[in-house]
Design a protein around this ligand. Structure first.
Ligand SMILES: Nc1ncnc2c1ncn2[C@@H]1O[C@H](COP(=O)(O)OP(=O)(O)OP(=O)(O)O)[C@@H](O)[C@H]1O
Length: 904
């Protein structure tokens, strides 16, 4: 079908190809894509495909714009599409690239637009999803309307996407950001046309009460509940929902041990007494098949009325099986969000939710049988989604509650206090031993700690998207978890414990980058039981520092026992601590727990496999390097190699102003920037800095902005030359200063990146130049080159980012001649896209970040949010505003991030 209209220079063709049976018909139009130019947009069964019209590339003012290959937008990644009639106030719809290549004449008539809302994965952090809006222009309104209808029809048919959600907002969560976080992400929900009922909690327990008092009928009308808050808040909502879950309890510890006394065929093996005997005890009764066990009385253990006979097929239905949970992180730890999405970003979580991504999570049912040693039996059930811990973990939460005003820092303070107290607790723990799993770690080490953990250490099998372990079909969905089919027997451990913990997932968080148990899966049906026996203070500190380190091995100490189990029981035998369930306090003297595999369905997709940049061979690594850093690094290496071969005298390339001005040896102004000194540790460190921080900058904020990166280096070199004219600041070679400038700019662009200094201390990226400065001081290096490098870096960052963000003019544009040189050079790609929401995101088929809550929404963001975003980004810069809003809500306290450019 020909659709009339035409928007660009080329002949416009909008047509629909005949429908193939079972497939969506193919629709094709020539449209103008914002920031990219004219191309053909094709709608196919799985997504939109866009191909630039001019495959040979175009030339403008001598700049060659490299054509992008056809790129695609999958429907599963599109969450909204909207129609914009007329050319009204569209921010930069006609990008500089578009203007440059097509000229204003191309669209001297009113354009209509449709905006496709999707996301891009950040290049440097693929788990971070960035909203991207792709604005397509076409002269004909009907054509735009047709595209909108077609896309809407397809995404509406996706049954996995929520239509109606119950949203709980904890306004005081974390740093008190709950409401602000919701205001930031609410526009994503309105764009996706999701009907939300928002309840802002007034007190602790409010969300639980709301969930329990909501009728099943009303609950069925929702597709899920969203918690805008921390792990504790999510736990409250989950418990409200699961209060309807009628499942048999695991055995109570007393039932269990009473039965043991009555039954000589010991079901329980005392690890402390008969550790080796455990391996060969033929008397031990398997938990399943369990006719013998039934006779022994074991399967009756813990049989509250609901407890089933093993022969019966049992289901524990939830009122609404498809009801899902989502978390928009606004808490202090947000471990569940980090474990599921791989990042702690409210916008990423909101995108997961609106796109209906989903995964099942294990949930632990924790039953308290006695609150204190004297209290009566009172089965009280709670559920935990991430962690249940006693001793150190409970004491830290108890202590931290006193300092809630401190915000997330309270955990560090309380943790230090509790650590210094070093309390241990007498207790008895029994757990189901799993046939195929030997004790995962434990007392196999002679001496106080592992003598060769590197030998024993194997790469953890981390849970990721489409995890094979979690996707394995459950073989025990119809029996209580404590009767796990692979369960052989119950083992017992008794003694003084600093802590007893059960990790349901890895619990990765900012304090423990690999989590408590790196290879705990989201939905494998197991708890990771961690028993930390009493040990000297210093070893416990060692264990904790291993927890806090990426790649650490906190489990490989002989006082740490780690077991994978579907159930355990716990009895306190003396002075008591308190349990911590997902950060919520739960006092219990006697307790048992079992894990229900995949009991809750959450809106998320576990983190994708992150591909590092490590290449398999040096040649591949070299080829993968971005052009400018590669050139600079290689040039420095060659200069030093030539010196090593005595090919020149370094005095001939040093910066001596007298020779420059009197003898016109102008090359010295350039060559001094390529000499990092003779081969030495200093040289190696500076070269590594180029390979690391230069490359990260070029691949991240300067991705597809090769000319801007070159200009940054030229600017740095010029300002260093000016500074070194002052005799006090002069050094003969300023390559070291230039490298320091690169490090400084990196530290400003990645202020929250975690940096490990020689594996000893972990720092935020922001402090890296200062730490390197301190190291140079300690090693007796000359500090002046470092300091002037930092000054040059700050000057650049101030002029290009801070000043424009503060409302100042962006005068520091990369000159055209630099663009020309880069284009002539033919290396890299220069896109004249003035604004990037996240510069590290891809460019081909580039969408733009946008101000959340802008035109076309059904609900607008709060005034406060707008003012905030505007206050932080007063330029007409939507990307910077979105970045500012993200910053404001990430709880990471960074004033400025990303780049700001004036449009036009
Ligand atoms: N309006 C409210 N005022 C006070 N407390 C509340 C309110 N709403 C919820 N709560 C309670 O606050 C507790 C902690 O909430 P949340 O988990 O969101 O914050 P956090 O402890 O800072 O984060 P995290 O659990 O990630 O460390 C929850 O148990 C919840 O019951």
């Amino acid at each position: 079908m020909e659709i009339n209209g035409g928007c660009c220079k080329s002949e416009d063709k909008s047509q629909r190809e005949p429908r193939v049976e079972g497939e969506a018909s193919v629709l094709r139009s020539n449209v103008l894509l914002d920031h990219a130019g004219e191309g053909t947009l094709t709608l196919q069964s799985d997504g939109l495909y866009w191909k630039p019209l001019d495959d040979g590339g175009s030339t403008c003012l001598g700049l060659k714009f490299v054509p992008k290959p056809a790129t695609e937008l999958k429907f599963s990644d599109i969450y909204a599409v909207e129609l914009i009639e007329g050319d009204t106030n569209l921010e930069s719809v006609h990008s500089s690239a578009g203007e440059c290549c097509f000229g204003h004449d191309s669209y001297d008539y009113e354009m209509n637009h449709f905006i496709v809302h999707s996301f891009q994965k950040s290049k440097s952090h693929p788990c971070l999803w960035i909203p991207a809006a792709y604005t397509f222009g076409h002269k004909d309104l009907q054509t735009c309307q047709m595209w909108v209808n077609e896309i809407n029809d397809i995404i509406d048919k996706d049954a996995g996407r929520p239509k109606k959600l119950l949203v709980f907002v904890h306004p005081m969560s974390g740093k008190g950001n709950g409401q602000r976080t919701w205001d930031t992400v609410a526009p994503i929900f309105s764009h996706a046309k999701i009907n939300t009922k928002v309840i802002v909690t007034q007190r602790a327990g409010h969300a639980y009460d709301e969930m329990t008092s909501t009728t099943n009928e009303e609950l069925n009308s929702y597709d899920g509940a969203i918690a805008v808050g921390g792990d504790g808040f999510f736990n409250e909502i989950l418990n409200g929902f699961l209060s309807r879950h009628k499942a048999p309890f695991p055995p109570a510890p007393s039932d269990f041990f009473d039965a043991l006394r009555n039954d000589a065929g010991s079901l329980v093996v005392d690890q402390n007494g008969a550790g080796t005997e455990t391996q060969h005890n033929e008397e031990r009764h398997p938990l399943l098949p369990c006719s013998a066990s039934n006779e022994s009385g074991f399967c009756r253990l813990g049989s509250n009325d609901a407890s089933p006979s093993i022969d019966q097929k049992i289901e524990y239905p939830l009122p609404n099986q498809r009801f899902r949970f989502g978390i928009i992180p606004a808490g202090s730890t947000d471990a569940i969000v980090i474990c599921t999405t791989g990042t702690r970003d409210p916008i990423t979580s909101a995108l997961h939710i609106v796109l209906g991504k989903r995964v099942r999570l294990d949930v632990a049912q924790v039953v308290r049988w006695q609150t204190t040693s004297t209290s009566k039996v009172e089965p009280c059930v709670r559920y935990a989604a991430s962690f249940a811990g006693y001793g150190f973990y409970g004491d830290v939460i108890t202590e931290s509650e006193k300092y809630r005003w401190m915000g997330p820092k309270r955990y560090d303070y309380a943790g230090t206090k509790v650590f210094l107290r070093h309390r241990s607790y007498e207790a008895e723990v029994a757990y189901v031993e799993i046939e195929s799993e030997q004790s995962l770690s434990g007392p196999d080490i002679s001496g106080m700690f592992s003598k060769a953990w590197s030998l024993k250490w194997k790469k953890p099998d981390v849970c990721r998207a489409n995890c094979k372990v979690c996707n394995k079909k459950s073989i025990c969905s119809s029996i209580p978890p404590y009767m796990h089919p692979q369960g052989r027997t119950w083992l017992k451990s008794k003694g003084r414990f600093l802590s007893v913990g059960a990790a349901i997932m890895s619990n990765r968080n900012e304090r423990a980058p690999d989590g408590l148990v790196a290879d705990a899966h989201l939905s494998d049906g197991f708890l990771h039981l961690l028993l930390i026996k009493d040990c000297p203070h210093v070893l416990y500190l060692w264990h904790l520092t291993q927890l806090a380190r990426k790649g650490g091995n906190p489990l490989n100490f002989d006082f740490v026992e780690h077991y994978k189990t579907p159930a355990f029981t716990f009895t306190s035998l003396g002075k008591e601590s308190v349990w911590n369930l997902d950060g919520e306090l739960f006092p219990a003297h006697k307790l048992s727990a079992q894990v229900f595999r995949g009991l809750s369905l959450v809106f998320t997709q576990p983190k994708a496999k992150v591909l590092g940049y490590a290449m398999s061979t040096p040649a591949q690594y070299y080829q993968s390097l971005p052009p400018v850093s590669k050139f600079y690094g290689v040039a420095c290496l060659l200069t030093t190699s030539a010196l090593y071969l005595n090919l020149y005298d370094p005095n001939n390339i040093a910066l001596f102003y007298k020779d420059v001005f009197k003898s016109f040896q102008v090359w010295r102004l350039i060559t001094n920037f390529f000499f990092l000194g003779p081969f030495s540790p200093f040289f190696a460190i500076r070269l590594i800095m180029i390979a690391r921080y230069g490359v990260l900058l070029e691949r991240g904020p300067f991705d597809k902005r090769t000319a801007d990166f070159v200009w940054m280096l030229i600017f740095g070199a010029l300002s260093l030359l000016v500074m070194s004219a002052v005799p006090f600041l002069w050094t003969p070679f300023m390559a070291g200063s230039l490298v320091f400038m690169i490090v400084y700019v990196w530290s400003r662009e990645f202020p929250n990146a975690k940096i490990s200094i020689y594996g000893l201390v972990t720092l935020k990226g922001f402090y890296l130049p200062w730490a390197l400065l301190a190291l140079d001081l300690i090693f007796g290096g000359n500090l002046m080159p470092d300091i002037i490098g930092m000054v040059a870096g700050h000057l650049y960052y101030f002029l290009t980012v801070l000043h424009p963000l503060a409302g100042g003019k962006y005068v520091f544009k990369t000159p055209l001649w630099v663009h020309k040189v880069v284009a002539y050079w033919g290396e890299g790609i220069q896109v004249n896209s003035p604004v990037q929401r996240d510069p590290s995101a891809g460019t081909a088929f580039k969408g733009r970040g946008y101000r959340l809550g802008s035109r076309g929404q059904t609900s607008r963001p709060s005034e406060q949010q707008q003012q905030q975003a505007q206050a932080q980004a007063p330029t007409n810069n939507a990307a910077a505003a979105a970045a500012a809003a993200r910053q404001a809500n990430s709880g990471e306290g960074v004033a400025f991030r990303g780049k700001s450019y004036r449009l036009s």
